[in-house]
Design a protein around this ligand. Structure first.
Ligand code: ADP
Length: 450
């Protein structure tokens, strides 16, 4: 890209009102401006959007952004437009008139950012090329979804590498808020980053050490104890998020907290979108003190002053734990991340793996029609369908080894979380070590007592 770093920073000031790039952003931006493909690993709140949005502005061309969630796309499009950046989304939930308008705008060179889903990318790419649009950059957000060793594997993300070649291998930037070394390698390989690009590929990993967060875990033995601890942890007048494992748990807990005098509300994907919107608005405007939520609450939520993130029980992966806990203290002031954990929490997650990865014999029997799908639980049926779409048993022998390894990787993540919760060693070192980072000095955890 023939734009200087200083001009890029001027764009940052003009469109975002930030005086300078953060150090990790600056490294990413220099690589992108220098023509490299980039994998950027920045923690939640690290400012990933700027890393591809500013280069998109600087290029004067079109940046195609692949994103896993429609709600996330809409947030980002809204945000970009409010900053005076031409942006649109192209996805399955869009009325056809709007999709056509987005294409027209892109082809006319009026858009800098066009968001789409991995499923829609191939078609969108073909139509853009046919319309003569120039794709100057491809950005892959939440890029860990590419890797089956990641915590959020989405098979449709794997095809992005092939589509990228069909698009003429445009300069590419992949971004994620969590990736272990193995997942990083996978992202680079699947996307073909650096292949045939004079600028090569650059990997930038920002430190995940959020010094203002204090990490704690409390082992409990009864559910009563859990609620008692939660009450002790929440302070009226301070903002908190409580993550609970099920929709029902969020509702029961929110009600119990209201009885205890907290301004609390539940949030989960089963609520209608109007209610969800209201809860989110009330939370952002400080009309609510506590949101009790499933993991559905979070993507794209950028509230600076959350003082506590409490996990009612152990989440199944260090990735989701760190991401959710990381919603505390985004303003840089001190905040606590507390995990309440009981031995049975891990057992529940292991049992869930039997649903996510049903037994091979059961799968084969379902696929061949020997077992009536109506006789297995709906969630097992869903897994069977998902794995069938991925493994395509009709086209030859499925690669069972792959599935076994994936299950093992999921088991290891549960073990890592359990060790995090039960070990006597520094919690921060355990979490950061999982992401491949060596910690020099703990800035605060209940083990180090600082
Ligand atoms: P992520 O997607 O990595 O979680 P965002 O792109 O949502 O992060 O940015 C997180 C927050 O940091 C936002 O409030 C954003 O305005 C702010 N931010 C991003 N870049 C800068 C910067 N260079 N200077 C100051 N604040 C920034």
């Amino acid at each position: 890209m023939s734009v200087s770093f200083d001009s890029a920073e001027a764009l940052l000031r003009r469109h975002y009102g930030h005086a300078t790039f953060r150090p990790a952003q600056a490294r990413v931006i220099r690589s992108v401006l220098g023509g490299a493909d980039v994998l950027a690993v920045l923690p939640t709140g690290g400012g990933k959007s700027v890393c591809f949005q500013v280069p998109a502005l600087a290029s004067g061309g079109l940046c195609l952004v692949v994103s896993p969630l429609i709600s996330l796309m809409q947030d980002q499009v809204g945000g970009a437009r409010s900053r005076g950046i031409g942006a649109a989304a192209f996805h399955s939930a869009l009325p056809s008139g709007e999709a056509a308008a987005a294409l027209r705008e892109a082809a006319a060179g009026r858009l800098r950012l066009l968001y789409t889903s991995p499923e829609r990318l191939p078609r969108l790419g073909r139509e853009l090329l046919a319309a003569g649009a120039r794709i100057s950059l491809l950005a892959v957000d939440e890029a860990h979804c590419i890797s089956e060793w990641g915590h959020d594997f989405r098979p449709e993300f794997r095809a992005i590498g092939v589509t990228r070649v069909a698009l003429g291998a445009p300069q590419t930037i992949a971004l994620t808020g969590s990736a272990t070394p193995k997942v990083r390698d996978d992202i680079v390989r699947v996307l073909g980053l650096g292949r045939g690009r004079p600028g090569g590929a650059a990997l930038h990993v920002a430190s995940f050490d959020r010094r203002n967060l204090r990490f704690e875990a409390c082992r409990i033995t009864t559910e009563r104890e859990r609620f008692g601890l939660l009450l002790e942890l929440l302070i009226r007048g301070e903002t908190a998020i409580v993550y609970a494992p099920t929709r029902r748990a969020t509702e029961t807990l929110a009600l119990a907290l209201r009885h205890a005098g907290h301004r609390a509300a539940p949030y989960h994907a089963g609520l209608d979108s109007e209610t969800r919107g209201e809860v989110l608005d009330d939370f952002l405007a400080d009309r609510l003190g506590v949101v009790v939520a499933t993991s559905a609450f979070g993507m794209g939520i950028d509230k600076p002053g959350v003082r506590r993130v409490v996990h009612w029980s152990m989440p199944p992966t260090p990735e989701s734990y760190y991401q959710e806990a990381g919603r505390a203290g985004r303003d840089g002031a001190e905040a606590r991340c507390v995990l309440l954990v009981r031995r049975g929490d891990a057992t529940l997650h292991r049992r869930q793996l039997d649903v996510t990865f049903p037994d091979r014999r059961l799968l084969e029997s379902l696929w061949s029609g020997r077992t009536d799908p109506a006789r297995v639980p709906a969630n097992v049926r869903e897994s069977a369908e998902r794995l069938r779409a991925e493994l395509r048993p009709d086209g030859g022998a499925p690669d069972w080894q792959r599935v076994r390894e994936r299950r093992r990787a999921a088991e290891r993540r549960i073990d890592t979380m359990w060790r995090y919760a039960s070990s006597r060693r520094c919690r921060r070192a355990a979490l950061l070590g999982y992401f491949g980072e060596r910690l020099r000095r703990c800035a605060g955890c209940d083990r180090c007592r600082n």
